[in-house]
Design a protein around this ligand. Structure first.
Ligand SMILES: Cc1cc2nc3c(=O)[nH]c(=O)nc-3n(C[C@H](O)[C@H](O)[C@H](O)COP(=O)(O)O)c2cc1C
Length: 267
């Protein structure tokens, strides 16, 4: 039996949670640990082969209350071979809305058997203040408790999928922020590059959409999903967003969502 940590994680928070659950579960089961990170485009040309006896801990961040829509086509090429799976979503302290249900359905529709689920909190991709530093120690302890819960559940002879919060298929629409002048639409917003850019090219290496080219790292030539990878990982702090709608939404989030949300485990 292998325990798989499988995740998309542009700024690393989903990776931390899925890895913590995987490590703890491996220790409990004395099982082999494997990881598959599909954040970068080069990884998304196929999937590992999962075996029926494997357990797949499958994590994605919540984008607009749902599974990131740019991943849907790729996720539909998954093949679970009857393996047990645990959908895990990580969100930036607003809400996970229907993302966990949607991820559970994607896994189920592609041949996995979901046996548990969880929603954790990660520092918001748009911000360095909202859910700052999360997942933190308390979250990692909770990830370990989640692994214990999965371990206990595995002793059962048959598995009932857990009841998850959210609206079942066809789900609610993607969350859309509202500003003073109506809906805020940030879909076409792209990052800008400040004068501190030293041309290192890390932004091109970490863009999950492959939208920043090494030949011209100051420009984002393809689709931008606002994942925060180029902004948060730039060693010179040179990438930023300055579009007014984006900034208005950011202000709303940072000012309105200061209460700490806690992880939710569904076993
Ligand atoms: C385009 C976009 C939309 C997001 N929408 C939500 C949301 O609806 N609710 C929420 O709480 N966080 C939202 N977030 C924040 C991310 O879910 C959060 O920062 C997550 O920890 C990022 O995971 P990662 O570090 O693995 O990339 C959004 C982030 C992005 C980039």
């Amino acid at each position: 039996m292998k325990i798989w940590a499988v995740y998309f994680s542009a700024t690393g928070t989903t990776k931390k949670i899925v890895a913590a659950v995987a490590q703890a579960l491996c220790r409990r089961l004395q099982a082999e640990e494997r990881a598959f990170d599909f954040t970068l485009p080069a990884a998304r040309c196929g999937w590992p082969e999962f075996a029926e006896e494997d357990i797949i801990l499958f994590g994605v961040p919540v984008y607009a209350g749902r599974v990131p829509n740019v991943l849907l086509r790729y996720l539909d090429t998954l093949s679970g071979n009857g393996a047990l799976a645990v959908p895990i979503v990580v969100y930036g302290n607003r809400d996970f809305d229907d993302a966990l249900i949607e991820l559970r359905d994607i896994l189920r529709n592609n041949g996995f058997m979901p046996i548990a689920g969880a929603a954790f909190i990660g520092e918001h991709a748009f911000s360095r203040r909202l859910a700052k530093g999360r997942p933190d120690e308390k979250d990692i302890e909770c990830a370990k408790r989640f692994a214990d819960g999965i371990f206990e559940k595995l002793k059962q002879e048959t598995f009932l999928g857990p009841k998850l919060p959210g609206m079942p298929f066809p789900y609610r629409g993607y969350y859309q922020p509202r500003g003073e002048k109506g809906m805020i639409d940030i879909r076409r917003v792209k990052p800008r590059t400040g004068s501190s850019c030293n041309g290192c090219g890390l932004c091109a290496d970490v863009c999950p959409m492959g939208s920043i080219r090494h030949e011209n790292i100051r420009e984002c030539t393809g689709i931008c999903i606002k994942c925060g990878a180029c902004v948060k990982k730039c060693p010179a702090g040179a990438k930023y967003f300055d579009e007014p709608g984006y900034l208005e939404h950011l202000r709303q989030l940072e000012e309105g969502l200061t209460r700490r949300r806690e992880p939710e485990l569904f076993l």
